[in-house]
Design a protein around this ligand. Sequence first.
Ligand code: BV8
Length: 268
Amino acid sequence: MTPEALKRVAAVLRTAHRVAVLTGAGISAESGLRTFRGGTGATAADLPADMQALWKEFDPMRLATPEAFDADPAMVSRWYDWRRLGCLAAEPNAGHRALARLERELASRSGQLTILTQNVDRLHQKAGSRVVVELHGTILEWRCTMSGRRTTPSPEPMPAYPMPSPFHPRGVLRPDVVWFGEMLPEAALKAAAEAVEACEVFMSIGTSAVVYPAAGYIAAAAARGAMTVEVNPEATPISSAVDVSIRAKAGEALPRLVAGAFDSSGLA
Ligand code: BV8
């Protein structure tokens, strides 16, 4: 994380009108939530004993599918309910809070920050961000497999897996997330396209940039002439293509970027 890279991005943020940010599991790692591929965040040892085997034995990529749910709704519901309770217990970290401040600073200058998140934990909203597009839905709401009606389960373990639906005698509840092979919500796709079209700066934060269509947004923004920035402690397939690659944790880089842009003292 070189001072020059931070200064360069801070200078652009200071005068930007429209900023778009794509976030992934990495921005929630410092809140103790596991990532999909990096294994950072909570370790398997944090899992309840009967879940440890599940996490070790199953690849989240295989569990986050309609096929896995259809094959074993009890096991997949149990895994998602365990993640849901983890998300409810998690607190936003300095990275989430820095983006919430960036939204306020831009809005005070009649600009706009749009967060396009792949995360389902709602930690951006818990940190105070208001313009958040949930590309992959949310784990905090579940919906009936028969009627599609949504409900927000209470903040304790579900009494049964799968949980019978309160809306339909033959329905059960599934998490209101987008699984692999499922279409993203129409409204989310539309909002994402608008943000990519309008932004002067596009930042990819805490994502391995391998899941589509989300991973394609940064190239689309670059093709329009937006400045592209990545914040990730590890290299990803887009690291060599972005204008500025900040090899750091979100919780370290983002507060410094936002302070550098808007504090009179400049970069800390
Ligand atoms: C779809 C929700 C139509 C559930 C998830 C081309 C176009 C369109 C689709 C496809 C395509 N090619 C392939 C496809 C199909 C598929 C896809 O992209 N597959 C990939 C694997 C190749 N896409 C789909 O199915 C999408 N649907 O397009 O419908 C269609 C369908 C089929 C075929 C064609 C078209 C739906 C995708 C959504 C799937 N649902 N999750 C749940 O949460 O359980 S995806 C899942 O992966 C999570 O949402 C997660 O967010 C997402 C991406 O992972 P990341 O967030 O990036 O997390 P990861 O662990 O990978 O990386 C973390 C990063 O953070 C690391 O780089 C690490 O270094 C970094 N990090 C760690 N600590 C920190 C940090 N960074 C900063 N600070 C730190 N402290």
